[in-house]
Design a protein around this ligand. Structure first.
Ligand SMILES: CC(C)(COP(=O)(O)OP(=O)(O)OC[C@H]1O[C@@H](n2cnc3c(N)ncnc32)[C@H](O)[C@@H]1OP(=O)(O)O)[C@@H](O)C(=O)NCCC(=O)NCCS
Length: 393
């Protein structure tokens, strides 16, 4: 083999405009869609491209953001647009760019990396595990008319500051939800090529819920309506938003809630009178813990649970790390030394941390190993909520 053929690709962290365009063209081809948002992602994300003597052959982007776990914000990032030219696949190029991004993020104090994918197998070998799903829901608009009515004022184009504040307040109640960076809102609004509408519901001048949706004409008559974002402070505000949506019934037979907009199962199903709504499963999202000490000590824990668990990481870059996890008053401290009681794989740690899988189930699946049933039960009680990541990237 010639030296050129054996040479590893270069990893570029500050590509030229021309190299960037080559990457966007590989990404558009790999994902089969145009990427009009690529410049916005470039200016707000960390980019790593791989190049050989001929030019760019692949790359990936990490979008820094904050993700809530246990009610506390953790420094995280969303891995996106991982792609490699078809002729260069299977030679470890994706692994090179992903490793380079992860190393950089870890050095910058980022604890987690999340991603959406239809192919979890690709990422499992690198330590990611499924942390949650996302479904779209289609509901006959007439069903929404049966929701309990509460008097609320409907506000067109609610003040963005109030919307951001409401979102930040509500997102913190979910494990995995983002504290959206400022640019994220503009990205999502501009990404909707269709017409997008924003409405809120308010009581005593306080915004209690808002919805963003887009419409498109249907081939014969009427229009489709896709809800792309919906947050409500309580059941009353949720009901008021649904009642508002139901007022489109004369021209809109169904309302679709885009993947992830509602958690699974959706609270909506507690009110619908008929089982005539449909769930359409979409990709899962995956989580990788890239700094376990920071992740365990920064997240919030249930206030009423005291725990002392000895952990030992058994694979991945943290293999051999031993941690004594001491939890009290909703906070964790770490000691080092006797971590042999619970053997945690990297994937098992991510799946348990996310709340998607209980420790007991992960133990049955072989991703956590311990002979101590009491410790497993304690781990189950520490992470008891279901995660929800409403944002796609
Ligand atoms: C997925 C992709 C980025 C992999 O790039 P690559 O440079 O070939 O990846 P690497 O060589 O570093 O790793 C290849 C490994 O991934 C595995 N792999 C590839 N596609 C896979 C899939 N769909 N499911 C499971 N594993 C897969 C290969 O079997 C190989 O495993 P091995 O190392 O054990 O032999 C590339 O195939 C691609 O661009 N695909 C289209 C876009 C895409 O699917 N992106 C990721 C989904 S979000």
């Amino acid at each position: 083999m010639s030296d050129d053929a054996m040479r590893l690709p270069d990893v570029l962290d500050e590509p030229t405009d021309d190299q960037w365009e080559q990457y966007v063209s590989i990404a558009e081809r790999s994902f089969g869609v145009p990427l009009p948002d690529a410049p916005l992602l470039r200016s707000n994300g960390l980019v790593r491209l791989a190049a050989d003597a001929e030019g760019v052959i692949g790359g990936a982007i990490a979008l820094p953001f904050t993700q809530y776990f246990g009610g506390r914000p953790l420094s995280s990032a969303g891995l996106s647009l991982v792609c490699v030219n078809p002729s260069a696949r299977g030679d470890g190029v994706a692994r090179m760019v992903v490793d380079s991004l992860v190393d950089h993020l870890r050095e910058r104090g980022v604890a987690l990396v999340a991603l959406w994918t239809p192919s979890p197998g690709i990422y499992r070998r690198w330590g990611w595990e499924v942390a949650g799903g996302a479904s779209a829901y289609t509901v006959p608009v007439t069903s929404l008319r049966t929701m309990p009515r509460r008097h609320s004022r409907v506000v067109a184009d609610p003040d963005p500051g109030s919307v951001f504040a409401l979102h930040a307040e509500l997102a913190g109640h979910w494990d995995g939800a983002l504290h959206r960076p400022g640019w994220w809102w503009g990205w999502k609004a501009s990404a909707a090529a269709k017409e997008r509408h924003h409405y809120g519901v308010a009581n005593d001048d306080r915004l209690d819920g808002y919805v963003a949706y887009s419409t498109q004409p249907l081939p014969e008559w009427g229009q489709s309506m896709v809800v792309e974002d919906l947050w409500a402070r309580d059941g009353g505000a949720f009901s008021a938003l649904c009642t508002f949506l139901s007022k489109h019934s004369s021209f809109t037979p169904h309302i679709r809630f885009a993947p992830g907009v509602l958690p699974s199962p959706p609270e909506l199903s507690l009110w619908l009178p008929q089982y005539d709504w449909h769930e359409h499963p979409w990709h899962p999202w995956m989580l990788r813990i890239i700094d376990i000490e920071s992740a365990l000590t920064t997240r919030g824990w249930p206030v009423g649970v005291r725990a002392n668990i000895s952990l030992r990481m058994v694979d991945g870059p943290m293999a051999g790390t031993e941690l004594d996890l001491m939890i009290e008053d909703g906070k964790a401290r770490l000691g080092h030394g006797s971590g042999r009681q619970v053997m945690l794989t990297e994937r098992g740690a991510a799946a348990w941390f996310s709340g998607c899988w209980s420790a007991s189930r992960l133990a049955r699946a072989g991703l956590i190993t311990t002979g101590d049933a009491h410790t497993l039960a304690t781990m189950d009680s520490l992470v008891a909520t279901r995660p929800w990541l409403p944002d796609r990237f």
